[in-house]
Design a protein around this ligand. Sequence first.
Ligand code: NAD
Length: 340
Amino acid sequence: MASPHVLVTGGAGFIGSHTCVALAEAGYVPVILDNLCNSDARVRERLQRITGSTPRLIEGDVRDRALLDRVLGSEAFSAVIHFAGVKAVGDSVADPLGYYDNNVHGSLVLASAMRQAGVRTLIFSSSATVYGEPDHSPIPESAPCRPANPYGRSKRMVEEALADLQQSEPGWRIALLRYFNPVGAHESGLIGEHPQGKPNNLMPFVCQVAVGLREKLVIHGDDYPTPDGTGVRDYVHVMDLAEGHVAALRHAERQPGLATLNLGTGRGASVLEVVRAFERACGRPLPCEVGPRRPGDVPAYWGDPSLAQATLGWRARRGLDQMCADSWRWQQGNPNGYAP
Ligand SMILES: NC(=O)c1ccc[n+]([C@@H]2O[C@H](COP(=O)([O-])OP(=O)(O)OC[C@H]3O[C@@H](n4cnc5c(N)ncnc54)[C@H](O)[C@@H]3O)[C@@H](O)[C@H]2O)c1
């Protein structure tokens, strides 16, 4: 039997490229659709080196209905994994319409093109930001959704639209995966995260300090009500996440329905714990300075991944030391990302 083809929107990006590795390892053929607004087509050569085959890249926008109709009509896709979107909380506050257009409108165009083409298996990249400030941690999927910014609201809107779709057409097989804080890189050091400009997230910032691209790490607040005063998050290795997508796909193949699942480790790590783990990985102290809290930052949260474990048989296996070691390997070998 021919290997099933899976359309991976945003597959050239950070989580998408790692998921292409996991898909290939599981016997699927990933086909990437990406407009490259935050990624680099040279990732394909790296994927070839890891998996032995170069994934096809269709360069285009997920909001381009005519393109999607051509792509989905031209070959038999068994499923779509939808990563394409924009993800910077601060930018979403500055440009809400752009964020709703890309994340919400893009997802609606994709879902209706899938419907027309008869492809009804969809794995959607949602985010723990849909919860907003939680009442307590670990956060279960049943916790109230109170997203606190346009980015989080764009993810929640798509979740609701897809749940309505599945309700009205029960043949759909949909997984809404709420990621906590994806970090790390493939253990080969060949693919990883390369944010444009100043990183918004802790790990890429720490990497850039370690490699000498930035002078020091500014810790945004050390007076939170957490054990060491710094913010606590649920960091999850990107290869664990990638494997979570394959597990969600297998689950969707087994039965129609809608699954909403947290993908996280179930453990929180503070900024200082991450810095110490990274220092162990790179073998030197990292210069840090404490600055004021960032407005809107939640002091601490982590997810309850037990439903994903029960439903998918998936759990995060890689710990903080491995996340840091793999990030460091990627950063050291590729200080300019995929550029030479
Ligand atoms: N990284 C995180 O911290 C995180 C956390 C929770 C959820 N997510 C979600 O996971 C998904 C992937 O995130 P990532 O970290 O890999 O980001 P990323 O920016 O590395 O990947 C997104 C990819 O989508 C592409 N893209 C964006 N808009 C597009 C469009 N309209 N048409 C086609 N391609 C488009 C970009 O070029 C990029 O390759 C996003 O939807 C993001 O919101 C990310």
